[in-house]
Design a protein around this ligand. Structure first.
Ligand code: GCB
Length: 606
């Protein structure tokens, strides 16, 4: 059993929380799915909006035997079946439902997806159903058989459906429920839109009897000439052969799996161009075991901390960044396409950034793939956002699961240098214990990267204090502050000094202010582009006076939809702290930051 799969205890806790019996297949995450040949199930799915969940529960709240998941049609004119997928309207997958149908704009609740697909499995194969992300809870049935349940809106999952398939036409029914939960991750309150649905790609994956489901290949910190790690083969007997080769580097190796299906890998190429923002060199890496074979595009680099420095490939680096939400430019809604990614990262590139903070949850895998290609370093985050139920063990299980799914999907991306375990959480012992466990877990599964979190700061007058005890558990301290917006004036930022309790690198992971694109006025007038630009100018002065500052990611690249931003005529359900409007119009602050980044007048690497 690979470590990702939930322990039985964890499953029972989740089952108790949802009131639904554990399903037959445990979700896993198959690594590098985007390089495998898959059968896409993207496109139009029939949908039924079911706010009372009558398709699953009877009038006494028992799970029905003949729920909508049976995907049935009346056998004769007398039979009572009170739903009909074929006659129900469709929604596109991938895509959130809120921006596809006006009546679903504010909808939070269960919604059924259905489609038929022709598929005849080949003998001796495993077939997995891949869901790139379903926000927030999902249940899958194939031909009426309950396959798996998943909780967590931003990470992929793969469920084996081999035994449920039949030759020819098959039915897939997925219930996706975006009801916000007090014991969810995130919890009830977020400053972003709760986009529901199958928001990322859905596909079928065919794998041989034993197959590569996971690997970790990275450059050794101790010796930057050695690529090391392991390949895991699911269903392999001890002694199965794994072959790894990188033809462009003229290296290859054979290794043997142990009783757990793991084969240790070491490669020592003669010449290796290290991955960096200046040279985002990716190599084709072939991994095979028996008939299973895949090719990944991988870069090799190291990331470390030395005192207050961040070292990329042993050299100090300053992270000129920007925060990004997965909000689609131009059309709004949850971002998922190659075009969305090209636009968002293209803007970051134009800004002169070498770093992005993907807030506040894992983004589509296209984003981290593109960052790999473009040479943009990434802070990747799970939605341990604001006030989770930190004293609830079931919530810790959910958070760990999301972290694990994120890491498993993205450990092959050179661009990711930081795993963030939280954003702006309340300082109390239960929170600190919870997030220290998360930081330990992040390192346990991936000891090659750095762990961070965005902390709250406090202080009087012109002094800011960073002493959150969670800092002890982090490699890099992230801090959010809004001087000039939620407190005091923009000019006060330039006068503020910082008292930091940790001798570690610091990233100012949020700061900024709101502006309505096209609204102009004096520097002192809220919501104008001038006011926002003034915040940027003064913050840059302050940041340059923090000796251990090793990077910054102002809030935020583009305005994004939020249900808590209601000021008519200005916000209209958008958080306006973007330096770009959703229609692509750049605000004045964009150019202030661009100048600092292009001229490299901000920050020192050591
Ligand atoms: C924050 C949060 C971010 C919000 C932002 C704001 O501190 O981390 O999610 O959107 O402030 O605009 O207030």
């Amino acid at each position: 059993m690979t470590p990702l799969k939930h322990s039985l205890a964890a499953l029972l806790v989740l089952a108790a929380a949802t009131g639904i019996a554990a399903a037959q297949s445990q979700p896993t995450v198959l690594v590098d799915i985007d390089h495998r040949t898959t059968v896409s199930l993207d496109g139009d799915w029939h949908t039924i909006v079911d706010p009372y969940f009558g398709g699953l529960y009877s009038f006494h709240h028992q799970i029905k035997k003949d729920g909508y998941f049976q995907d049935a049609e009346p056998a004769n004119k007398n039979q009572l079946i009170e739903y009909n997928f074929a006659k129900s309207p469709t929604l596109k997958v991938p895509g959130d439902w809120n921006t596809q149908r006006d009546s679903l704009f504010y909808y939070e609740g269960p919604l059924w997806y259905e489609r038929k697909f022709d598929f005849t499995p080949k003998p001796s194969t495993h077939i997995y159903f891949h869901i790139g992300a379903a926000n927030y809870r999902a249940k899958l049935w194939i031909n009426g058989q309950h396959i798996c349940d998943h909780e967590g809106g931003f990470t992929p999952f793969d469920c084996e459906i081999t035994d449920a398939l039949k030759p020819g036409q098959n039915s897939a029914v997925i219930n996706v429920d975006n009801t916000r939960l007090e014991d969810g991750v995130p919890t009830l309150n977020t400053d972003w839109w709760n986009y529901g649905g199958l928001t990322r790609d859905v596909s079928l994956v065919t794998l041989p009897e034993a197959f590569v489901d996971d690997y970790d290949l990275h450059l050794s910190r101790a010796d930057r000439k050695t690529i090391e790690g392991y390949v895991h083969v699911e269903h392999a007997n001890a002694g199965a052969t794994v072959h790894v080769s990188i033809p462009e580097l003229k290296v290859e190796t054979d290794a043997t799996t142990n009783a757990e299906g793991r084969a240790p890998i070491t490669l020592t190429p003669q010449t290796l161009q290290l991955w960096s923002p200046e040279t985002p060199r990716l190599y084709k890496v072939n991994i095979s075991s028996g008939p299973d074979m895949l090719t990944d595009d991988m870069g090799f680099r190291t990331i470390e901390v030395q005192g207050t420095k961040i070292l990329l490939n042993g050299n100090p680096i300053f992270l000129r960044g920007i925060c990004i939400h997965a909000e689609a430019p131009y059309r709004t809604g949850r971002a998922y396409s190659e075009k969305d990614v090209d636009t968002l990262l293209g803007w970051a590139h134009e800004l002169g950034a070498n770093f992005v903070r993907l807030a506040h949850y894992p983004h589509d895998e296209r984003m981290t793939r593109a960052a790999d290609r473009m040479g943009i370093l990434v802070w990747s985050e799970i939605p341990d956002y604001w006030a989770l139920q930190f004293d609830n063990p079931a919530v810790l299980i959910k958070a760990e699961q999301q972290l694990h799914e994120e890491q498993r999907r993205d450990r092959d991306k050179a661009s990711i240098i930081l795993w963030s375990v939280a954003n702006e959480t309340p300082n109390n012992p239960a929170r600190t214990a919870f997030l220290t466990t998360m930081a330990d877990k992040a390192r346990e599964y991936d000891p090659t990267r750095l762990v961070t979190a965005a902390l709250l700061v406090h202080g009087e007058g012109n002094t800011k204090i960073v002493d959150d005890p969670l800092g002890k558990a982090l490699d890099v301290i992230g801090t959010n502050e809004y001087i000039g917006w939620y407190e005091r004036t923009p000019e006060d930022a330039a006068k503020t000094t910082w008292n930091i309790a940790y001798d570690k690198p610091l990233i100012m992971s949020e700061w900024g202010g709101g502006a309505k694109a096209g609204l102009h006025g004096p520097d002192t007038q809220r919501w104008t582009e001038e006011y926002q630009a003034d915040i940027y100018r003064n913050q840059l002065i302050m940041l340059n006076k923090i000796p251990q500052l090793r990077g910054t990611t102002p809030w935020v690249l583009m305005d994004f939809r939020s249900p808590v931003r209601l000021l008519p005529g200005i916000q209209d359900n958008y958080n306006r702290k973007g330096i770009i409007a959703p229609d692509g119009e750049k605000k004045k602050a964009f150019f202030v930051l661009q100048k600092a980044y292009q001229d490299k007048t901000l920050g020192k690497a050591e």
